[in-house]
Write a protein that binds this ligand. Structure first.
Ligand SMILES: [Zn+2]
Ligand SMILES: [Zn+2]
Length: 270
């Protein structure tokens, strides 16, 4: 009997502008797929940082929460529905994040950007070592302040095809350690697999021996997370309801990452 995760807390909807499907369509797909818990975690809107292709408009935040709250009731006894957001930590947004966290069930940290200038960690110059340290600091501060106990794709920047240097390895280790210290969980992001693979045996200055890997989830990164012993789970990061039906993808990544002895959790309640 193959082991599969019973929950998925990383799910988007049409509201962010780059995903399709309503909240209810994702819930129905999750039921078909055999999940017992589905968390909807739309990209959070920030006051003054609207972008219709990136995140839910600030003005729609309450409508989104109310919609999922109603569906929670409708599907009671069939599937456990939770409502949350995926968001960045910025020092000047603590109050907003805290307020949003109080309004919903959970926040997951998806640190895509260093600030609100619309340049992301997978774009130059932000995948350079010094910025990846900044990213680690942002993630860890959010975790330490109690905003997040679920960290999405800590290796999102690897989408840039950058070299995984020793400094980046240290920054990842710092994230893994702080999430472990606060008893949180780091996600293996399954959507990353859609960006393909690369042979790192020539380009990586750190642990070339990992050979071929998805850009993210990246084997060099999860090797470190396995060594630290941080709790780990899969995040489907679904941007279409159908993404929740592809359980074979989870199976194949689980198999490929087995060698790292990851501390995979069996259940998660956020
Ligand atoms: Zn997205
Ligand atoms: Zn994300």
């Amino acid at each position: 009997m193959i082991k599969r995760q019973t929950f998925n807390y990383h799910t988007h909807t049409y509201r962010c502008g780059h995903a399709i499907g309503t909240e209810e369509e994702y819930i129905q797909a999750a039921i078909r797929s055999g999940f017992s818990t589905i968390g909807i975690s739309e990209h959070m809107g920030y006051y003054g940082w609207d972008d219709e292709k990136e995140r839910i408009p600030y003005a729609q935040l309450d409508d989104y929460i109310n919609t999922v709250e109603k569906l929670k009731e409708k599907y009671k006894g069939i599937i456990n529905v939770r409502v949350g957001f995926e968001c960045e930590y910025f020092d000047d947004s603590y109050e907003h994040l805290k307020e949003m966290k109080d309004k919903c069930d959970y926040l997951i940290c998806g640190q895509h950007a260093p600030d609100r200038t619309n340049v992301y960690y997978d774009q130059a110059p932000y995948y350079e070592d010094k910025y990846i340290w900044k990213m680690a600091k942002q993630i860890c501060t959010g975790v330490e302040k109690g905003l997040f106990n679920y960290v999405a794709h800590p290796d999102y920047f690897m989408q840039s095809k950058c070299d995984f240097t020793e400094e980046k390895a240290k920054a990842i280790k710092e994230i893994a350690q702080c999430v472990k210290d606060y008893d949180g969980v780091i996600e293996i992001n399954l959507k990353g697999t859609y960006y393909g693979r690369m042979d790192y045996s020539l380009t990586n200055s750190y642990r070339k021996e990992i050979g071929e890997s998805y850009l993210y989830p990246n084997k060099a990164v999860y090797q470190i997370i396995g060594e630290v012993g941080t709790k780990v789970c899969f995040g489907y990061d679904a941007h279409t309801p159908n993404a929740l039906l592809n359980r074979e993808l989870e199976d194949s990544v689980r198999k490929e990452f087995e060698v790292f002895g990851l501390n995979m959790i069996e259940d998660l309640y956020l």
